[in-house]
Write a protein that binds this ligand. Structure first.
Ligand SMILES: [Zn+2]
Ligand SMILES: [Zn+2]
Length: 136
């Protein structure tokens, strides 16, 4: 199944307030960890809001900051628990949030990542084994 990949702008001000509220400070290293843009991580043609991971909490690793949005709204931020599903055969956890609908992360392919791998493999076939190992 393919990913949705609908994009949106990061609500930078709200992200900074959320990090400040949780960590009481924001460092330049923190700023470098804030994504440049949002890109939906859910399954293609999912119901409801789009969603993208924004920030991992140092103080609360069971939760993460996610942005959710619709075509008509600016993204809103919410701290939500991780999906607890584990891959049935591999030592791999789902990288989506707890109540996400549709497929788990390991069932999804990213068309842009796949195209990137195809381009690289065409240039350097010896890298194929390495490149086909998908990031988590
Ligand atoms: Zn989406
Ligand atoms: Zn999941």
């Amino acid at each position: 199944m393919r990913k949705c990949t609908v994009v949106a702008e990061v609500p930078h001000r709200e992200v900074l307030f959320a990090i400040l509220a949780a960590h009481r400070r924001v460092t330049s290293a923190d700023l470098a960890r804030v994504p440049n843009g949002l890109r939906c991580e859910l399954v293609l043609a999912h119901e409801g809001e789009h969603a993208d991971h924004v920030w991992d909490w140092d103080h609360r690793p069971s939760h993460a900051l996610w942005a959710r949005w619709t075509a008509d709204e600016t993204p809103r931020l919410e701290s939500v628990p991780w999906c607890e599903a584990a891959h049935p055969s591999a030592d791999e956890a789902c990288t989506l949030y707890g109540d996400h609908g549709g497929a788990h992360a390991w069932e999804l392919s990213d068309p842009e990542y796949d195209a990137f791998v195809r381009r690289l493999c065409a240039q350097a076939p010896e890298w194929e084994v390495l490149l086909r190992a998908r990031p988590g």
